[in-house]
Design a protein around this ligand. Structure first.
Ligand SMILES: Nc1ncnc2c1ncn2[C@@H]1O[C@H](COP(=O)(O)OP(=O)(O)OP(=O)(O)O)[C@@H](O)[C@H]1O
Ligand SMILES: [Mg+2]
Length: 458
């Protein structure tokens, strides 16, 4: 059974149950009201007969009383039988008006009225009155029956309207679900990133929104996977290819088991070393990311001088920067107070940030490291920034920077050195956070970039 049918049936059933309950209560109340009314009618009949007897006594006319009672019987068939005993001194005349009840064996009347003439106590009228309850009951039953039939007709129409309305309601509720299942099918068939256009401020609206986000995320993950495969292939293949060709060249330069041109040989050897370094760097990055994912990125903090580490890194990249025509310097105060950090890991952070800055800074540009102290929540921190006046990046790229394998659009332009894999900043962020610090970026396309991170001071 579809959700639409289930909803329609249950809403209609609920409506029917609610209406029947209300109807039953109404019919009961109506019956009670009618029964009360019948009792009141009976009392009015009795008091009318009583009044008529008094008038007849005053006028000394028993025939007037009899004809009035007969008239009353025609008007109110509930007045089934009346015994009239007219006593005038010694004389008593008795009359029976109407049909006595079938069980009227001992001629006991339901109501006995004794009316005396106030001016002559010898004249008395005794009235035995029978009220036909069956008549009143039949009247009540007939009225209740009519009301019930009217109500049933009304309920029939109301339930029909409820069924049509609940079907419309169920359809409008399930329409986005049906559309969602169709879009989910498309995603299942491999068409990632499809979106469902649906706007409403309710749970269905947020479900569709969540679904669209999921679809977008799946598309991003798919793109990430493709980027990863291409980056990995590239990062493995190019140094391996270079190593292979330098080895072939070296083999060609061997004469009698010795290098024919030792200087050239040394140059090839250095290139092989660089490529081996690049390969092992990439493998280390992959291992670090695997550690981060297992939550095992550990740092052993001790008191250390960050300016020394920054100086080392600048020295390490000096030749590369010169070759690129970029000035690289550290502007850290040599007397800076020490920080609490893991020197190896913080070196890795600065290496990643400086290598990025050099990668995205064209000839004639500058890259520098600066630092500033600040206080937060009673603690003293150092904010270290690696700044460049290179290509910069747009806001879209800035948002994705710290995701695995995420590389900005600026990597498509010609970058200095190898293209990279988009792991550097993931590692940076995780190391800084393991130190209890924060990492951030400010960048403007064409103007440059500043990456900064904080670390606690001793
Ligand atoms: N200084 C910078 N200037 C401009 N863009 C940058 C800068 N630093 C990082 N980015 C952008 O951030 C992206 C992610 O950097 P990240 O260091 O994580 O990866 P990568 O440098 O591309 O590769 P890897 O570091 O793994 O070799 C870069 O691809 C680039 O688009
Ligand atoms: Mg990098």
């Amino acid at each position: 059974m579809t959700i639409r049918t289930k909803l329609t049936v249950s809403v209609t059933l609920l409506f029917a149950v609610a209406l029947s309950t209300l109807g039953l209560i109404f019919i009961r109340l109506e019956r009670a009201q009618l029964e009360l009314q019948a009792g009141e009618d009976a009392r009015i009949i009795v008091s009318t007969v009583d009044r008529a007897a008094r008038d007849a006594l005053v006028q000394r006319d028993d025939l007037l009383l009899l004809s009035y009672i007969k008239f009353l019987q025609q008007e109110f068939p509930g007045l089934s039988f009346v015994d009239v005993s007219w006593t005038d001194g010694e004389r008593t005349r008795t009359h029976h008006i109407g049909r006595p009840r079938e069980d009227d064996v001992d001629a006991k009347r339901e109501q006995i009225l004794k009316v005396k003439d106030p001016s002559d106590p010898a004249r008395v009228v005794t009235l035995g009155i029978d009220i036909d309850e069956a008549y009143f009951k039949a009247q009540v039953d007939a009225r209740v029956g009519r009301v019930t039939r009217d109500l049933m007709r009304l309920f029939g129409i109301a339930i029909l309207v409820a069924a049509v309305f609940s079907d419309w309601f169920a359809r409008s509720l399930t329409r986005p679900l049906a559309a969602l299942s169709e879009v989910a099918g498309e995603i299942g068939r491999g068409k990632l990133g499809v979106r469902l256009e649906w706007k409403s401020n309710d749970e269905v609206g947020s479900l569709v929104q969540g679904f669209n986000q999921m679809s977008q995320r799946l598309e991003e993950l798919d793109a990430m996977k493709r980027d990863f495969v291409s980056a990995v292939t590239h990062e493995l293949r190019s140094p391996l290819g270079a190593i292979e060709s330098f080895l072939n060249l070296m083999a060609a330069k061997m004469v009698g088991g010795r290098p024919s041109d030792p200087a050239q040989f040394q140059a090839y050897f250095d290139r092989i070393k660089t490529n081996v370094g690049r390969l092992s760097g990439f493998i280390n990055d992959l291992l670090d990311v695997a550690k981060i994912e297992r939550g095992k990125m550990e740092c052993t903090l001790r008191t250390m001088r960050l300016q020394d580490v920054a100086g080392d890194v600048v020295q390490f990249f000096e030749a590369k920067a010169k070759e690129q025509g970029v000035t690289l310097q550290t502007r850290l105060d040599p007397n800076l107070s020490p920080v609490q950090g893991d020197p190896e890991r913080l070196r890795q952070v600065i290496v990643n940030l400086v290598s990025n800055a050099l990668k995205f800074t064209p000839k004639g540009g500058a890259v520098w490291i600066q630092a500033e102290q600040f206080r937060e929540n009673g603690g003293r921190f150092l904010e270290v920034a690696v700044v460049d006046n290179g290509r910069g990046m747009d806001e879209d790229d800035q948002k994705r920077l710290f995701q695995k394998f995420a590389q900005g659009k600026n990597t498509n332009e010609r970058v200095a050195g190898h293209r990279g894999t988009g792991l550097g900043l993931v590692i940076v962020k995780s190391i800084v956070e393991a130190h209890g610090g924060k990492v951030g970026v400010k960048s403007q396309v064409g103007k440059g970039t500043q990456f900064h991170f904080s670390v606690r001071m001793s």
